[in-house]
Write a protein that binds this ligand. Structure first.
Ligand code: NI
Length: 233
């Protein structure tokens, strides 16, 4: 087979794989407590083909289904090597992304989106702290994260931890991630779901944004949440 055709086949397979991984991750996020992950995934696939929607969405972000709480407490290490918990960010709004510094394209794109959204918000953006939580703590040391976060935003904070700490925070956000060894690569890579989470001052998630959501949409949704919170107080 000609090399060009092989490349097309390989890219299509990769695109399909990423799509399935994305849907799977999303199924994990939206699944209700009574539903198995398989059922949620099936409903989602059906929805993708127009049989059923029921995907809640408002203001460009996806609202959480009733009864589902995401986010909450964590204990991690920041890119300066300090031990931090959600208490260190108490009272702040957070834009949280789970990824890893060796990610070839999806993570850099989404982190760029977060940075752009914060810039679009102007002074209001300063009320929001952007966080990158690694799902590859083996390679993402504080030093590795410190070098990486500055590429995206001056206030972006990289967080790592032990394998168990990462597992725990990922569970609270229903993040899917898995180590993958491809035969044509010398080093492993990570598959992971890719959502941007907006967490409120209590560290609970208020909205999430699917991959490739434009920065304008995120900025508008975050500003709407900030204004609603101000109106309530
Ligand atoms: Ni990635």
């Amino acid at each position: 087979m000609p090399a060009a055709m092989l490349r097309v086949i390989r890219l299509s397979a990769l695109a399909l794989l990423l799509m399935v991984a994305g849907l799977w991750g999303y199924a994990w996020v939206r699944k209700s407590p009574q539903e198995t992950l398989g059922e949620s995934f099936a409903a989602l696939v059906a929805g993708a083909f127009g049989h059923q929607t029921g995907l809640p969405s408002a203001g460009g972000g996806m609202q959480l289904p009733p009864g589902l709480t995401l986010g909450g407490p964590f204990r991690l290490t920041d890119h300066a090597g300090r031990s931090v918990t959600e208490q260190d960010f108490a009272g702040r709004w957070l834009l949280v992304y789970f990824g890893f510094t060796y990610c070839p394209d999806v993570c850099p794109t989404e982190l760029g989106t977060i940075a752009a959204a914060l810039d679009l918000m102007g002074a209001e953006g300063e009320q929001v702290t952007p966080l990158l939580i690694t799902i590859d703590p083996q390679r993402d040391t504080p030093q590795q994260l410190a070098n990486y976060v500055t590429l995206f935003h001056p206030r972006l904070i990289g967080l790592t931890g032990t394998a168990e700490q990462i597992q725990e925070v990922a569970r609270r956000y229903r993040v899917y991630y898995a180590r993958v060894q491809r035969p044509d690569m010398t080093d492993y890579t990570m598959d992971h779901s890719s959502f941007i989470y907006l967490a409120g001052p209590d560290a609970r998630v208020r909205a999430l944004f699917r991959p490739e959501t434009p920065p304008e949409t995120i900025a508008a949704a975050v500003q709407a949440q900030l204004r609603a919170a101000r109106a309530r107080s």
